[in-house]
Design a protein around this ligand. Structure first.
Ligand SMILES: Cc1cc2nc3c(=O)[nH]c(=O)nc-3n(C[C@H](O)[C@H](O)[C@H](O)COP(=O)(O)OP(=O)(O)OC[C@H]3O[C@@H](n4cnc5c(N)ncnc54)[C@H](O)[C@@H]3O)c2cc1C
Length: 381
């Protein structure tokens, strides 16, 4: 089905991102798996390519695109290459910048945004704690005021880009008596005394992502690193989660679509009983179903992209796009593994890795259950 969400300038940008994937990412695919990280020179190359500054105003070294469709194009192309790299880049360029652009002081913007745009500074956001992620308002990491500093104590886990990040937006409890209204955002920087990282976590998939635990022991964070008003951290996160969730939906759909296309080619070549496996009616029908599911999902996600580009995407519609695309992505990839037979279970095949990489999309950035909770609440239930 033709898509209507993008114009010629977006498609030109798609070509430029695709060229970056061919030139820089594909030759490093195996190495990223070995070192369990996207190495720094790749970040800098992506910065030069203009992938990271889309949400950053020109005066701070970004593109100032102010058109979410460019972000969506970048997410589509990178997710088609590799879901882990798209999550690392997405957190850095799609999730973190709006916090600093919208809430930062002039001095904070000058200090951090140019480096984020050119890939010199890698960003992460740390909300989830070992004791829980879904109930964000119950977070336990504390920050206690001491003159013009905050003394930060606690830990975070499952943090994307956590091992390499130069700056981490940390959600901390600054007023234990106020629940969600007692949470403040502080930027913790590499080198601050008392800030340490655990190992790169051993995950079921997405080995390329340096997901880590973070520890804070009496870290003295200057008040000049506070993002936004004291006590407004929870609201700031809720306001920006729709962009994280539509970004997830875009990547989920693009990732599954790409592997589906590769699977169609595989089933045309692979033979059983003297004929291509894709030509058996069962498999042909299966692929017809998968393509239909993908295109129907894509249509809804595209509407969300267009709405977000106009500043009209609601948190509830973003939640629908996120859970549904994650569900479809996982269903499609599971069938793609099946269509590959035994090779589908071999790590050297892209389909096998894609299947493992995708599992987390139903869990992170708000699980499918939490998305349905939001939708249900909106129904007045
Ligand atoms: C690879 C990876 C990368 C991540 N990156 C980041 C990151 O960069 N930054 C960050 O802050 N976090 C990150 N996360 C954390 C992620 O957002 C959380 O794992 C997620 O929000 C779920 O929290 P939890 O793991 O504590 O599960 P829990 O909150 O313990 O939930 C356990 C189960 O209970 C269900 N559940 C919880 N509450 C309800 C309810 N009210 N109704 C119905 N079911 C419910 C959940 O859906 C889930 O199935 C990442 C996680 C992973 C795995």
């Amino acid at each position: 089905m033709p898509r209507n969400v993008y114009a010629a300038e977006h498609e030109d940008f798609r070509a430029s991102v695709a060229e970056f994937v061919e030139r820089t990412l594909k030759p490093r695919a195996e190495q990223m798996l070995e070192v369990k990280a996207v190495e720094r020179d790749i970040w800098k190359e992506a910065g030069k390519q203009g992938l990271f500054g889309l949400d950053i105003p020109e005066e701070f070294g970004g593109m100032g695109a102010e058109d979410y469709r460019f972000n969506a194009i970048a997410a589509e192309v990178i997710a088609g290459f590799n879901f882990a790299v798209s999550s690392c880049f997405g957190i850095h360029s799609d999730v973190c910048p709006p916090y600093i652009v919208d809430l930062g002081t002039q001095e904070q913007k000058e200090r951090w945004l140019p480096g984020m745009a050119n890939g010199e500074l890698i960003a992460a956001i740390a909300m989830t704690e070992p004791s829980g992620g879904s109930d964000l308002a119950a977070l336990k990491t504390t920050a206690v005021r001491d003159g013009d500093h905050w003394v930060l104590n606690g830990s975070k886990t499952f943090i994307t880009n956590g091992y390499q990040a130069d700056l981490v937006i940390v959600a901390a409890r600054t007023d234990p008596s106020k629940g969600a209204k007692g949470i403040t955002l502080l930027v913790v920087e590499e080198g601050m005394e008392g800030f340490t990282r655990g190992r790169k976590l051993d995950k079921v998939g997405q080995e390329e992502a340096d997901t880590s635990e973070l520890f804070f022991e009496d870290v003295r964070v200057p008040d000049s690193n506070r993002l936004g008003e004291e006590g407004m951290g929870f609201i700031a996160m809720m306001q920006r989660l729709p962009q994280e969730r539509i970004g997830a939906a875009v990547a989920n759909t693009a990732h599954a679509f790409q592997i589906f296309r590769e699977t169609v080619e595989y089933t045309k070549e692979r033979k059983a009983f003297g004929q291509p496996v894709g030509s058996f009616q069962h498999n042909k029908f299966k692929m017809a179903e998968l393509l239909t599911k993908l295109e129907v999902t894509q249509a809804y996600v595209d509407d969300c992209i267009a709405a977000h580009a106009e500043g009209k995407l609601t948190p509830v519609d973003a939640a629908k796009a996120k859970w549904f695309s994650a569900q479809v992505q996982n269903e499609v990839l599971d069938e793609c593994v099946q269509l590959h037979g035994g090779y589908g279970f071999m790590n050297e095949y892209r389909v096998a890795r894609a299947w493992r990489d995708a599992r987390v999309s139903k869990i992170w950035a708000g699980s499918n259950e939490i998305m349905k909770e939001l939708i249900g609440r909106d129904l007045g239930l």
